[in-house]
Design a protein around this ligand. Sequence first.
Ligand SMILES: Cc1cc2nc3c(=O)[nH]c(=O)nc-3n(C[C@H](O)[C@H](O)[C@H](O)COP(=O)(O)OP(=O)(O)OC[C@H]3O[C@@H](n4cnc5c(N)ncnc54)[C@H](O)[C@@H]3O)c2cc1C
Length: 488
Amino acid sequence: QHPCDIVPGTFDSWMQGATSIDVVVVGGGASGLSAMKQFQGGKRKVNSVVLLEAQDYLGGRVKTVRTSIEATGKTVLTEDGAEWVHGGRTTDLYRLAKKLNGLAPDTKTWNIFFNRNNGAKASPLGYNIRRNLMKQCETKKIITPYFQKPDKGFGQCFIDRFDQTYKKLKAPAAEKEAWYFYNEQMVNKDQGTDTWLNISARDALNFRGADQWDQWKNGYDTLINYITKSIENSKLKLNSPVCRIHWDNESTDRVLVVTKDGTSYLAKHVLITVSIGYLKEHRELFTPELPTTYTKLLEDVHLGVADKIQLGWDKPWWGNKYLDLTMIWTEKNLPAEQEWLYGIMEFLSIHQYPEMIQAFITGKYAKLMEDLPEETVKSDIMQLLNSVMSKTLQKKGLSAVPEPIFFRRTTWGLHEWSYGSYNSYVSPVGADNGLKTRQPLAKSVKNSYNKQVLIWGGEALSTTRYGAVDGAMAVGKTMAIKIKNLLA
Ligand SMILES: Cc1cc2nc3c(=O)[nH]c(=O)nc-3n(C[C@H](O)[C@H](O)[C@H](O)COP(=O)(O)OP(=O)(O)OC[C@H]3O[C@@H](n4cnc5c(N)ncnc54)[C@H](O)[C@@H]3O)c2cc1C
């Protein structure tokens, strides 16, 4: 069941009742909103435009949550989606964040732990393997052989170099397998993938600027609110899922766009910024079906799944600083129903709160977690924390981890307007099929009148910044300029 399954009306009634318009933007995330800002600015403004957003808020995968905590009377700010201003210091996003004085100063001091899952100390030497291998596998000379046809997958580079690098680090042999697994999971965490072998080695090399950790001090929605302010309110329609797009019609060279309640528009161009996950899941959005040249491309790119599990207390029980806990799985003896926990590799304090912590979980483990009731996830994760922090609890004279006063987990894989989280990644097969950059995905679709009617937007189209907010913004801006040129 999906909200778009049933739409009142018929093709004829939608045609008759349609509002003529130059542009419809589908989706009000960072990409769609940046396009709208571009339409509203500059010398050649586009006024005949509307943005249709399925949900009741703008921002999409930028989703700041404010929760009032009864026990403390405080409101805490967490991010369900984007959290860091990645992308380097020369992007529009970074410049804007500076201009708005929106960045949180990075003055955190950390209580650092390296623990085995049973609570014993792990050797920090093994930890260095990740940075070491990342450095190697992101070096052009080293990774290039991995994407000579056939593309062997980004993970293969790590697999080939693990043994030798681990030996050089002189890390304990007893932890070797656990650090290997950690390393694999951390690559999967960055990409949102099930397996590091399904990421094209070439595509991974295209990516730029993930090594930056600035945050928004008052929430990522500072960005969304700022962009939205520059857009006329009446042009932004919330709770308006686009359910049908008739893009090649006999009677008109325009596109018929229909929302869930049967409201319709006849547009010269439609800018589609929904996630790749949504596009793959809902091909029936388009009538006629999209050209096979485009659907074939969709087969070769996937949206990763990454979720967050967040817990909070009134004060940090592990010490008085921010928590930085790296854990490795030296004992893998969980019952089948708890195997999702193997996806947890670290707990870190979040945002401005030392007493609030977060774990990422990705790929197949995230999907297992999403299928479980929230209460089960909470009790499983508490069991894990009790085990991995058992020595610290003893030292602090605590019999168990105190009951959290805040708990939240995301379910981006099941999300009916996203079907995933971040990093729309190209598979090795996709790279071999010709997706060497994201350019083919950005090729607009023409109708029988030879008009470029479907224009693609969203993070997935950025070759160097896919999966990130600044990439989504840049694509939105570029596509709006393209549409302005088409309208001129
Ligand atoms: C857990 C998580 C952590 C992340 N961390 C970071 C980070 O630290 N830094 C970073 O830069 N990026 C991060 N990202 C990625 C970043 O959030 C996204 O790349 C970016 O926000 C995508 O923007 P977008 O506009 O392309 O897509 P979206 O934000 O997905 O916007 C698409 C919009 O389309 C709407 N929509 C879908 N279907 C329809 C329909 N049929 N009709 C109308 N509307 C529809 C959706 O509701 C949505 O609002 C993270 C994402 C997640 C989920």
